[in-house]
Design a protein around this ligand. Structure first.
Ligand code: PXP
Length: 237
């Protein structure tokens, strides 16, 4: 049964609307854990548009489940990662103009430099994950570059209408098989919600689903602890 990784950046996004202190993502991490989160995920962006370095440092002792730090392959953020020591780092592409992460990392084009980038993290015992599109060549490139985990981008599946959804799910299934064949851990995420999560959770060998926006959106009405509990129930049913 996959673990539910809860992405709490969206709480920091709300705080940044007023550039104040509330809502505090550290409180969100506590509530998410009480609701049954199996991991907590935060994205420390280069532009610090939501989470900042202080948030990540304050989160570290409060997060009792594994902490997954999303980041671009830049040395400044890697320095923070090596200080804070999350259990896992997920490399994502980052563009300043995007509202959220738009596509997967192009490991095929940057394999050698990514291998060098993750080496010091791996040496410190941090698991290296690549957020990639559901593409066999990208999966093979991730294995070649030394990643331990692939997080498959579920955005196209999540956005697909009823007619296209089966083919997008099939694409995920094929890439997922290759992740496992290459000896890596299989994770997935982006755009998953209460309506579309079950088929993704049922993919063979799925270990973690990383979900943020839909959970935090529901939490406005029913609280974060209950929103996480409901998502977990769906994943486990
Ligand atoms: N995985 C990655 C790599 C992401 O960048 C995001 C978005 O922050 C998510 C998962 C979660 O996506 P969503 O907020 O749409 O659930």
């Amino acid at each position: 049964m996959p673990l539910l990784g809860v992405n709490i950046d969206h709480v920091a996004t709300l705080r940044q609307a007023r550039r104040g202190v509330e809502p505090d993502p550290v409180w969100a991490a506590v509530e998410a854990q009480l609701g049954g989160a199996g991991l907590i995920t935060v994205h420390l962006r280069e532009d610090r548009r939501h989470m900042n370095d202080d948030d990540v440092r304050r989160l570290r002792p409060v997060v009792q489940v594994p902490l997954n730090l999303e980041m671009a392959a830049v040395t400044e953020i890697r320095r923070v990662a090596m200080e804070v020591m999350p259990q896992m780092v997920t490399l994502v592409p980052e563009k300043r103009s995007e509202v959220t992460t738009e596509g997967g990392l192009n490991v095929k084009a940057q394999g050698g430099s990514l291998r060098q980038f993750i080496a010091p993290l791996k040496k410190k015992g941090i698991v290296a994950s690549a957020f990639i599109d559901a593409d066999i060549d990208q999966v093979r490139a991730a294995a070649e570059a030394g990643f331990d985990v692939c997080e498959l981008h579920t955005g196209p599946y999540s956005l697909a209408d009823g007619r296209r959804r089966p083919s997008e799910l099939d694409r995920l299934r094929q890439a997922a098989e290759e992740v496992v064949n290459q000896g890596m851990q299989l994770n997935a995420g982006h755009g998953l919600n209460y309506e579309n999560v079950k088929p993704a959770a049922a993919l063979p060998h799925m270990e973690e689903l990383h979900i943020g926006h839909s959970i935090v959106s529901r939490s406005v009405f029913i609280g974060l602890r209950e929103a996480v509990r409901q998502m977990r129930e769906l994943i486990e049913s």
